[in-house]
Write a protein that binds this ligand. Structure first.
Ligand SMILES: [Zn+2]
Length: 284
């Protein structure tokens, strides 16, 4: 299989140094493997995605010296490369999960979930779901379209999800403890990140996923989706996270160091890449 990698930024803000380091690593991996790199605009969230950020991310990646062979700006055999234009694929994927008995409609309100005993798990993106609507899996077939409720993937409680990460080494997450039934389609009729990414990586024949280590647990969820859908398995390479002097992950700060800011302060691309190279030995 020829190597195919991807850059998958969300246009919900300006790219910061953490993105730069991860995307540079993805670019280097593709070069090392004489492979193809694609740019995918992950503009699924209609409220938070902005066209000006999409334009800025392309310009910032170019400034950094990163080049790709397929993308929203270049076209390619797997177009469109904007997630907002790939809804039909996500709907097909939702139908396959529904028909396979893997997902169920969850009518819990935000308030129901907030008052349940399950506290958010560490700093993870999605709180543990208490499982109240699990039995509604029998109702799934009554839905022609996913609209109006959250749709959750029923995880196999107690199963250890294991994978070898090419950068972080062997990984293990326990379904039902480290993460639970996760949302694949949102109540506001937007496909969730996990579903869209799995559908796109398979459709675009991605062979290696390079992204930040904050998504290691997401990979466990995505492995369950990949298995349920019978899709080919990519390799995984999760980059170390950039932290500031206080040890806070840059992406979680309210004022992450954007490439625009660094550029305005006179930093050259090579200076940014030198910062990336020093991650781990020196904090920003
Ligand atoms: Zn529920």
């Amino acid at each position: 299989m020829p190597y195919r990698g991807r850059l998958a930024p969300s246009p919900t803000g300006l790219l910061h140094i953490g993105h730069a380091c991860t995307f540079w690593a993805a670019y280097q991996r593709a070069i090392e493997h004489h492979g193809t790199l694609i740019l995918r605009n992950e503009d699924l969230d209609p409220q938070r995605s902005k066209a000006e950020f999409a334009a800025a991310m392309i310009e910032d990646l170019h400034w950094l010296g990163i080049r790709w062979q397929e993308g929203p700006d270049l076209g390619g055999p797997f177009a469109p490369y904007e997630q907002s234009r790939r809804r039909e694929l996500y709907l097909q994927t939702w139908r396959r999960l529904r028909d396979g008995g893997f997902i169920y409609p969850c009518a819990c309100s935000r308030r129901d979930l907030a008052t349940s005993a399950a506290a958010p798990n560490e700093a993870d993106d999605e709180p543990l779901y208490p499982g109240r609507c699990r039995d509604r899996i029998t109702e799934a077939q009554a839905y022609d379209v996913p609209r109006g409720v959250n749709w959750r993937f029923r995880v196999p409680d107690g199963e250890a999800i294991v994978f070898d990460d090419l950068r972080q080494g062997p990984q293990q997450f326990l379904a039902g403890r480290d993460f639970s039934d996760f949302v694949v389609w949102r109540r506001d009729d937007v496909p969730a990140y996990q579903l869209a990414v799995v559908a796109d990586d398979a459709a675009m024949q991605i062979t290696e996923v390079v992204r930040g280590a904050d998504l290691l647990k997401s990979t466990a969820r995505q492995l369950l989706l990949i298995r349920a859908l019978g899709l080919p398995l990519p390799a995984w390479y999760h980059c170390d996270l950039v932290r500031d002097e206080a040890g806070t992950r840059l992406a979680k700060r309210h004022d992450p160091l954007s490439l625009r800011t660094l550029r305005a302060q006179g930093y050259a691309p090579k200076d940014v890449l030198a910062m990336c190279a020093s991650i781990g030995s020196r904090r920003l």
